[in-house]
Ligand binder design. Structure first.
Ligand code: B12
Length: 108
């Protein structure tokens, strides 16, 4: 896999634009600031607006358990919080990429 790190302080628009330019299969969002309920749905909206609903979106960071259902409903395929083992994350990604859960399918 090729991994492109976009750096800190990206806006939802910048992330969606980078996803188009780099023709990505997956977007991994790391968010520790507590703004996940505001920013992640905006990122998903920006992807849909650019016809990128088939891109797999997953996230990690300081994300409370009670926020997960809303993120799942928004189209986030998985959330990994502190303590998640890197092997667990990699295994999930490989398995999921094989069956490819898209934003569109999550909405059905
Ligand atoms: C280091 C640190 C910082 C550094 C960050 C340096 C850097 N560039 O990364 C600095 C000093 C910049 C910082 C700033 C701030 N911080 Co700070 N910080 C931390 C600290 C001590 C460690 C975070 C860390 O790196 N952990 C190590 C990594 C490996 O763990 P992790 O990030 O949790 O990642 C794991 C999972 O979450 C998951 N994961 C994470 N991202 C992703 C992404 C994907 C795609 C996947 C699959 C998985 C995944 O996998 C990892 C392995 O298990 C935490 C406390 C803590 N113990 O977590 C506070 C903490 C995150 N910070 C906090 C706060 C409040 C802030 C500030 C808002 C402070 C301020 N008022 O300015 C700012 C926000 C900056 C911002 N815009 O996000 C709070 C957040 C509280 C909340 N969200 O409810 C915390 C929890 C401290 C606390 N208990 O209050 N912080």
């Amino acid at each position: 896999m090729e991994v492109i790190y976009t750096g800190l302080h990206q806006t939802p628009e910048m992330i969606a634009t980078a996803a188009i330019q780099e023709d990505v299969d997956v977007i991994g969002l790391s968010i520790l600031s507590g703004a996940h309920m505001t920013l992640i749905p905006k990122i998903v909206d920006e992807l849909r607006a650019r016809d990128l609903a088939d891109v797999l979106v997953f996230a990690g960071g300081i994300i409370p358990e009670e926020d997960r259902p809303a993120l799942a409903a928004a189209g986030v395929a998985a959330v990994f919080t502190p303590g998640a083992a890197f092997g667990e994350i990699v295994d999930w990604l490989k398995t999921t990429l094989d069956s490819h859960t898209s934003l569109e399918r999550n909405q059905e």
